[in-house]
Design a protein around this ligand. Structure first.
Ligand SMILES: Cc1cc2nc3c(=O)[nH]c(=O)nc-3n(C[C@H](O)[C@H](O)[C@H](O)COP(=O)(O)OP(=O)(O)OC[C@H]3O[C@@H](n4cnc5c(N)ncnc54)[C@H](O)[C@@H]3O)c2cc1C
Length: 385
């Protein structure tokens, strides 16, 4: 937690540990893999995960009794900003060394579900997927979801499809939201195993090198005991986790912006045009100054959201503000850094073009910018607008 305008000693130490870890363990290993590889090969992955476990930063959001580190949102936010400062960026923060994102709503499941699904995944360093978005739209999923779940004796039968679902290829299971009745309260969550009968998936090529998947449910059979939470309560169950997740998501984008700006500042001191370094040109100085101001503002907004969430105060509005602002700032900062580097900015020799592509998605995933603006405006104008 922060104390006024400074970080507590504990948070400073956490930040320094992660910073050193990225520099010592992740940056050199990233030199060994393809420039656009989304992940480390399995052997390196295992190696860095062992180091992550030893550091005590392992599944930061999962309760300790299930093998996680159970850190505060503030601590997760501090980690996320540091852990994204390398080529693989926020999508594979710290190269997976601290574990991957889990659909944390699993911790609202029964003890048996947590033991069967979450615990083995945390032990092995795996991930799970979250299936919400459908071809009918992702901005307003409570209305758009058409995938149907119908009860048949001792199982549920799912029919329909999902698009743009991340992390399916590494997962043994995922949480899928399907319609069990009409209306906004007609959505139920299900734990779907990767080998469930009638379940298949295929990649959807997108701007980043790690492709999300289309999921197809063709009379897909789900045992009754894999229903997560009560019938019709799918989104109520997930809302808290989804909102919370936006805060470290914002911090990951800030981390990329910080790394990009650092590189750009150094470059401007060395690169000479018209007989003087770029650093001497006012047009360049303004790009650097604007980036610094926006990064700082984004960080404070993100910290405020984390602080409120940890204090148990309402934080939905602050999480939307942080997500909206940080993702848009990171896009602007990396775009400016591309410009400062000129042709080298779009060369694969530097990470900017990769960050540029990844960050573009960040304005769409976890609620697009427009939806967060809608949340913020509604907070001021009232729901009925
Ligand atoms: C790489 C990638 C990974 C993803 N991973 C996942 C995942 O793991 N799980 C998952 O469930 N989903 C995932 N998504 C989906 C993502 O959450 C959706 O793309 C997002 O929610 C937007 O939904 P949509 O694409 O259907 O756009 P739409 O809902 O069709 O919206 C289109 C555009 O209209 C805007 N818009 C919508 N409503 C309004 C409004 N009222 N006012 C103004 N503008 C509006 C939106 O902001 C958007 O810009 C992923 C997407 C991508 C690209």
């Amino acid at each position: 937690m922060s104390e006024g305008f400074v970080l507590s000693d504990e948070m400073e130490m956490l930040r320094d540990n992660v910073r050193k870890f990225i520099k010592k363990e992740i940056l050199p290993r990233e030199q060994l893999i393809d420039l656009d590889a989304p992940f480390f090969p399995e052997d390196i992955q295992k190696e860095v995960q062992q180091l992550g476990r030893e550091l005590g930063i392992w599944y930061v959001d999962a309760p300790e009794k299930y093998g996680g580190a159970d850190l505060s949102i503030f601590a997760q936010t501090i980690i996320a900003e540091e852990a994204s400062q390398h080529r693989m960026g926020a999508y594979n923060a710290a190269g997976g060394a601290f574990g991957f994102e889990l659909p944390n709503v699993i911790f609202k499941g029964t003890p048996d579900q947590i033991e069967r699904f979450a615990v083995p995944t945390i032990q092995k360093g795996g991930s799970g997927f979250v299936g919400i978005t459908e071809p009918s739209g992702g901005s307003d999923p409570a209305r758009a979801i058409e995938t149907k779940a119908v009860r048949d004796g001792n199982k549920w039968i799912l029919n329909g499809s999902k698009i743009f679902i991340s992390a399916v290829e590494f997962a043994d299971w995922g949480v899928v939201y399907a319609r069990t009745s009409e209306g906004r309260n007609g959505i139920t969550a299900f734990l779907v195993e990767i080998d469930a009968p009638g379940f298949s998936y295929k990649p959807i090529p997108v701007i980043r090198s790690w492709y999300p998947k289309e999921l197809v449910f063709d009379n897909c059979e789900i045992p009754l005991e894999n229903q997560l939470g009560e019938e019709g309560q799918g989104f109520k169950l997930a809302e808290h986790w989804l909102t919370k997740g936006r805060i470290p998501y914002a911090a990951g984008c800030i981390g990329i912006a910080v790394a990009a700006l650092k590189m750009a500042v150094e470059y401007t001191k060395q690169r000479v045009t018209f007989k003087t370094p770029l650093a001497d040109k006012q047009a360049i100085q303004w790009m650097i100054a604007d980036s610094e101001v926006e990064i700082k503002a984004a960080r404070w907004l993100t910290w405020e959201a984390a602080w409120k969430a940890d204090r148990g105060e309402p934080f939905k509005n602050e999480a939307s503000i942080a997500k909206l602002y940080a993702t848009e700032v990171a896009n602007r900062v990396v775009d400016r850094c591309v410009q400062i580097f000129g042709g080298m900015g779009v060369s694969k020799e530097f990470p900017f073009e990769r960050w540029f592509r990844e960050l573009r998605i960040k304005r769409i995933g976890e609620g697009p910018s427009e939806v967060h603006r809608m949340v913020i405006a509604r907070n001021l104008l009232g729901e009925r607008r």
